[in-house]
Design a protein around this ligand. Sequence first.
Ligand code: DGL
Length: 298
Amino acid sequence: VRKNKHKSIFFFDSGQGGLTLWESVNQAFPLLNTIYLGDNARYPYGNKSSETILLYSQQALNFAVSQGAVLFIVACGTASSIVVERLQKNSPIPIIGVVDQFADFASEVTTKVCSIHSSYNGVSVLGTRFTIENGRLANLITNHKHLEVWQRACPLFVPLVEEGVTEGEIPESVCNLYLRDIPFNTSVILLACTHFPRLTVAIAQHLEKNLKRDVFFENAAGRILIKRCASKKIECPIILLDSSPTIIKFLSHFCLNENDLFENKHSFYCTDNELKFNRVAKFFVSHFSSDFEKIILS
Ligand code: DGL
């Protein structure tokens, strides 16, 4: 691998899913130098142990540092539930993860909603099995005592997105499997896995049908209505949140006056079959034309 000569922001994920975050950041800061690494040789992380995820993340961090990265963003919901604090101890560069950034933001949005609709103080967290069993995000949110957290592991959402099956009968049944007992007081749902923002329509349809509420999706581009409920009796909407606004907010401070971070240089790496990686990447990023280069992490 050529040594990267440019100061860059590094995005790390187990696969292509983190490209959803990369894309939002790229739209907010089109000239920002970025490096993206998807560890598809060892994907998925969602069902692995903490030790394994830590080891893989440490290797990714070593690679990031060798490439001149100035910030390591753990774009993977699963890895960011465990690695950020532990890797930070011996890291020469700062590390942030989607999970930690998410908790305060989610609490802020939910608190705003329940200042109008006081009984809707529920935050629901959807993630991989690891993210949910690890419970870090839920714990961070329950620090805000007025909020109630419900969480559910949704492992089948990941292959659905990978296969491009994001609308129709199959995602509908899977939503029913995972979301049928989502609490009525939910006002905010955290999409705490890289893949889930691609399922917002299916999730919104399920919620509209079963909870009779309007459903919005909020990301860095703003808040948009996904599903209007014709027969709604309850005024409080449900807001699906992804983590991009918090990362963008962080970057807008971090990159202030760092002119050499804005040279529009981008590199993309994966750890296994780059042809397959490029094919799946198109489910995550519209008009993606860059090619991934394969590297070996050790
Ligand atoms: N990137 C993972 C996450 O955000 C999903 C895929 C996996 O299990 O590795 O949790």
